[in-house]
Design a protein. Structure first.
Lengths: 394, 227
């Protein structure tokens, strides 16, 4: 029975429910009516007898008549109920079909949607009813799937492009080198150039592997309480030479005693990438600011530059893998196009968030927020940030 | 110094042999796991370079079997899988060091030197090359009569180059050993290049022979005369 119930269609189940409920209610209603009428009849009969108006003979006849009338009512009720139930059942069955029809329709529409046709949407007949809401939810899911598929496709094509570029360089240099006999310094030059490309490929593959491992959640985090000012100071200071080469001012404004729970190596990577970006895109002789502060409920790292900022059309995608605002430029500087993607992963895996804004005075600001540890009120011994500040600078 | 190389990929094995021979090691190659195990067990080597992915008998099995037979030759494993498990497993089974493919030859040679040097005290107080001297106690650097004014990073860099003098060091080695960055990243590569340029300006002034050389695509070397 249970098996039949769960294997039956919703339509059958609805109708069965409906019919049984109707049966039960009609039975109760009919019996209540019958007994109420019967009670009424017999009371009237008794009243008449008490009044003494009826004769003894007439009394028994009256009783028979009442009995007969009651039987007639009973027959009507007993015959009528199945008829009504049958009619209602058929009606319910038809109604259920009409109510469920849009779902069948939705199902057959959804069946047509495949990975290749993810841009298609289901038609929403009436957006206010249940079916409409269901279709709308379906469509939202499809939109999300569509965008992740699009991202994946873009990533695959970007990745193969990035991998092919060094490969074709290596191939070209090799082929050119073999075309005619050359001098030893020329061969050395060619091989060195090939090795540079190999190095780039290696770095790219390493980074991709790390990101895919991060996607699979297979990168173990070694979180521990650490002084954010110190960590950021360290990371920024080791990049200070790059700013110096470009005659840029690197302003460090590091609050001490801002303690976060994070994996220092991974978080440091994020900071290095963001600060390096700021130095790279800020023009010569400009200023790059790195600030660590305690915000309301979180720790804050803010990196500002005086570069061109990021055009609005790129804003949504700057953290995407291989996404580059300026195709040629960052490739020349040896970047993999994965720096910000790594930074985003590194921050988020430590429970933080990374955001970006264009500044009204020009330039851009990257902001990293991280949850503070509960012990952030300086109960840890914190080495003076100033001690490490000058160490790597120069 | 006798080194056994167990590597089934012939091209890589050839490269390893050539590189080790150039460093004057006596090299023996085994291209299968069985052969490698047999030789490591029967002959005496100062070091074994062992690939983990071998046909027939895996590198880990060989390593385990060797250690069970109390063969204590230092073993450096090579693996293309840099999953943490493989590394930990290898080291647990008694490997002395590991390298992930694709590795740079200078790095492999440096690791081999370190393994062969192990156990011998190497507490040096002074490092020298030509007329360049580094006093590790007072942290003074001099070239001839000239005192070099080095930053902490530059001193560390020169220290590292001097310890590996005559041998190539890759950017990867510098990033890990001097900058303590476990992952390759473009920013650090750029930093290394800038620091190296600055160091060279201080060390190799005009009039004295060049000591620090850049080998394109490979890295750097501190050496008297031509690289």
């Amino acid at each position: 029975m249970r098996q039949w119930w769960s294997s039956a269609s919703i339509r059958t189940r609805l109708t069965t429910w409906y019919v049984s409920t109707m049966c039960l209610m009609l039975l109760v209603y009919a019996s209540a009516t019958y007994f109420a009428v019967r009670h009424e009849f017999y009371e009237q009969l008794e009243d008449q007898q008490r009044d003494g108006r009826a004769e003894v003979l007439g009394a028994s006849r009256a009783e028979d008549r009442v009995e007969m009338q009651l039987n007639e009512i009973l027959v009507v009720l007993v015959l009528g109920i199945p008829l009504i139930v049958a009619l209602a059942g058929v009606g319910g069955y038809v109604l259920a079909r009409r109510a469920l029809e849009p779902i069948d329709h939705l199902a057959s529409e959804a069946r047509r949607v495949t990975a290749e046709r993810l841009h298609e949407r289901l038609s929403v007949p009436n957006q206010h009813d249940e079916i409409g809401r269901l279709a709308a939810v379906f469509n939202e899911t499809l939109a999300r799937l569509d965008s992740s598929f699009a991202q994946l496709r873009r990533f695959t094509s970007d990745a193969s492009h990035e991998l092919r570029t060094p490969l074709s360089v290596i191939r070209g240099i090799g082929e050119m080198g073999l075309r005619e006999t050359r001098t030893v310094p020329e061969y050395k030059e060619a091989m060195g150039s090939m090795l540079e490309e190999v190095d780039r490929l290696t770095r790219l593959v390493d980074t991709l592997l790390r990101l895919s491992r991060a996607d699979a959640g297979a990168v173990p985090l070694r979180r521990k309480p650490l002084d954010l000012g110190q960590l950021v100071g360290d990371a920024a200071s080791s990049l200070a030479v790059l700013a110096e080469e470009r005659n840029q001012q690197l302003h460090l404004d590091l609050a001490s005693g801002v303690i976060v729970d994070a994996d220092p190596l991974i978080l440091r990577e994020a900071i290095t990438n963001v600060v390096d970006n700021a130095i790279k895109y800020s023009p010569k002789e400009s200023a790059v600011g790195v600030r660590v502060a305690r915000a309301l409920n979180c720790a804050l790292i803010r990196v500002t530059d005086e570069g061109p900022g990021i055009p609005p059309e790129h804003r949504g995608r700057i953290f995407d893998r291989f996404y580059r605002v300026d195709e040629g430029r960052s490739r020349d500087s040896g970047g993999t196009g994965l720096g910000l993607a790594i930074a985003k992963w590194a921050v988020e895996s430590n429970g933080g968030q990374i955001t970006f804004e264009n500044l009204s005075r020009g330039g851009s600001a990257f902001e990293i927020t991280l949850p503070l540890t509960s012990r952030s009120e300086g109960s840890l011994s914190v080495q003076q940030v100033n001690d490490t500040k000058g160490e790597y600078a120069s | 110094m006798r080194v056994l190389v167990v590597e089934d990929e012939r091209k890589l094995a050839q490269v390893l042999v050539a590189a080790l021979k150039a460093e004057h090691y006596d090299v023996v190659v085994a291209v299968t796991g069985e052969d490698g195990f047999f030789r490591a067990n029967a002959e005496v080597f100062d070091l074994v370079v062992l690939d983990l992915m071998l046909p027939g008998r895996s590198g880990l099995e060989i390593l385990q079997a060797l250690r069970q037979r109390r063969v204590s030759t230092p073993v450096l494993i090579l693996t293309a899988r840099d999953g943490l498990d493989d590394r930990v497993l290898g080291l647990d089974l008694g490997a002395d060091d590991y390298l992930i493919k694709p590795f740079a030859l200078p790095e492999l040679l440096a690791r081999i030197r370190a393994l062969l040097r192990r156990g011998r005290p190497s507490d040096v107080l002074r490092l020298k090359a030509a007329d360049l001297e580094l006093d590790l106690v007072t942290r003074h650097a001099t070239r001839g009569t000239r005192v070099l004014d080095l930053t902490i990073r530059e001193f560390e860099l020169l220290d590292y180059l001097l310890r590996h003098q005559g041998h190539l060091v890759s950017r990867e080695m510098l990033a890990r050993e001097v900058w303590k960055e476990p992952h390759r990243a473009t920013p650090i590569d750029n930093v290394i290049d800038v620091q190296m340029t600055r160091l060279r300006k201080k060390v190799d002034v005009e009039g004295s022979p060049r000591l620090i050389h850049t080998i394109r695509g490979v890295g750097f070397v501190l050496r008297e005369g031509e690289p």
